[in-house]
Design a protein around this ligand. Structure first.
Ligand code: SF4
Ligand code: SF4
Length: 187
């Protein structure tokens, strides 16, 4: 994603360090396991993640990481449960960078929308605040910028299914247009 503008973070690090939602999953094959674009897989491997942990996705470009068992659940293999940190944080994939926001199809499968996951306690508590509403403009503009649309269109498995825990914020018009050709596959 050369030349893209910078995505700022909304959730303060100290909030995430004391939260146990991200990077942990209930099922070994959770569809919520992070998806890495082709370029992000390469970078993650350069940062020590084993290449055989990545499974190809439906778009034929991106890959989903294989989760590993940890206590009574499953964790991302990039996650260090001793420190509560992502071991590849500076190069973590877009899929993780945008959370608690989510890219998904809307309920009637006609558009790509931006949503915020109410499973994130920060998102749930802050959604109505002015800074959070301002951030929605920032992240929507970022996701609709030309290089990011291009990347997501090529790695369209990044678009998740409709989820009831995710509050729909707004349609993403450019992404919806760019992905119109594979809408049936997304559905
Ligand atoms: S769920 Fe929200 S607050 Fe918790 S770690 Fe994830 S982004 Fe941070
Ligand atoms: S890549 Fe990092 S931020 Fe993303 S799920 Fe894995 S440990 Fe968490």
């Amino acid at each position: 994603m050369r030349g893209q503008r910078q995505l700022q973070q909304i959730v303060p690090s100290e909030v995430c360090f004391s939260c146990d939602v991200c990077c942990r999953f209930l099922e070994p094959d959770s569809f919520l396991a992070p998806i890495f674009t082709e370029a992000e897989v390469k970078t993650a491997v350069e940062h020590g993640i084993a290449p055989d942990l990545f499974r190809p996705t439906a778009d034929g470009k991106s890959a989903q990481i294989t989760l590993k068992p940890h206590r009574d659940m499953y964790i991302c293999p990039c996650f260090d449960p001793r420190t509560n940190e992502c071991t590849i944080y500076p190069v973590r994939p877009l899929d993780c960078q945008i959370y608690p926001f989510a890219l998904m199809v809307n309920e009637d499968q006609t558009q790509i929308v931006l949503g915020v996951d109410m499973l994130c306690p920060y998102g749930e508590a802050q959604i109505q605040t002015e800074p959070f509403q301002r951030y929605i403009d920032h992240i929507a503009n970022y996701l609709e910028s030309e290089p990011v649309v291009e990347t997501i269109a090529a790695n369209w498995s990044l678009i998740g299914p409709y989820q009831e825990t995710v509050v729909v914020l707004r349609p993403l018009e450019k992404l919806s247009r760019a992905l119109a050709h594979c809408r049936l596959k997304l559905a």
